[in-house]
Design a protein around this ligand. Structure first.
Ligand code: UDP
Length: 238
């Protein structure tokens, strides 16, 4: 017998890099489809899902700034990059017949809906996946912070951070042999030890709002659904 979902409403945060597959840059269609497939499985469990996707696979504000651009200007480019990723994910989800809406923090009337909190909630109640694009709409922020912010606004039961590895480790498991994987950490553990989970602003916002963060491997097929049943490998931050 399969376990029911332990969460009713969640926000999934993906970095732009999660959509790259084995490419060096941009989007890999098969990878986007695979993630859309896993999102569909969670929606089918009756969970309300919203999504925040980063833009690092296309453009990052800090890179633009280090190349001599004005930081705020570069950050707006980064936010536009997240809109491209959101549209790609919407296409992939719609191809799998999952009703999806994109809402952008920077209004773009002919491309997607503007961010309207109550409208987003309504979409989710109707079983639609809502993808929040353009981060927080402000430069000097990240999409991690946007994820914590939207998850709090949507009253999500958890913020799911889909990464390249199956949780938070004492050291990078792709570089160090046999590091420890933590099953559970506190927000303060993450902040005090500067663990590379999400930036400090995002962790603080989650902490203030008692929003659990669950870190898991987005590239393990079916892992998202497993984590929603409380099974498989993940790290919970509470
Ligand atoms: N960004 C921003 N404000 C936000 C969210 C994002 O200015 O609220 C910009 C910032 O330049 C950032 C880029 O968008 O570098 C892409 O987002 P992020 O780096 O968080 O993407 P990820 O690392 O998750 O792919």
């Amino acid at each position: 017998l399969t376990q029911p979902a332990i969460y009713k409403r969640v926000l999934l945060k993906l970095s732009g890099e999660a959509l790259m597959g084995r490419r060096e840059f941009g989007l890999d269609t098969d990878t986007v489809q695979a993630i859309a497939h896993d999102i569909k499985a969670v929606v089918a469990m009756g969970v309300e899902v919203c999504v925040v996707i980063g833009g690092g696979n296309i453009f990052r504000g800090v890179s633009g700034a280090s190349a001599g651009m004005d930081r705020a200007q570069a950050d707006y480019m980064g936010m536009l990059a997240t809109v491209m990723n959101a549209l790609a994910m919407q296409s992939a989800l719609e191809k799998q017949e999952v009703a999806t809406r994109v809402q952008s923090a920077i209004p773009m009337a002919s491309v997607c809906e503007p961010y309207i909190r109550r409208r987003a909630e309504r979409h989710m109640e109707k079983g639609r996946v809502v993808i929040f694009a353009a981060g927080t709409g402000n430069p000097f922020f990240t999409t991690d912070t946007a994820a914590a912010l939207r998850a709090a606004e949507m009253k999500c039961d958890a913020l799911l951070k889909g990464t390249q590895v199956d949780g938070v480790y004492s050291a990078d498991p792709r570089k160090v042999v046999n590091p420890t994987r933590y099953d559970q950490l506190t927000y303060l553990d993450v902040l005090a030890n500067d663990l590379a989970v999400m930036d400090a602003a995002a962790i603080s916002l989650a902490r203030e709002n008692h929003l659990p963060i669950v870190v898991f491997n987005i590239h393990a097929p079916g892992a998202f659904a497993q984590v929603m049943r409380g099974e498989g490998a993940f790290t919970r931050i509470i």
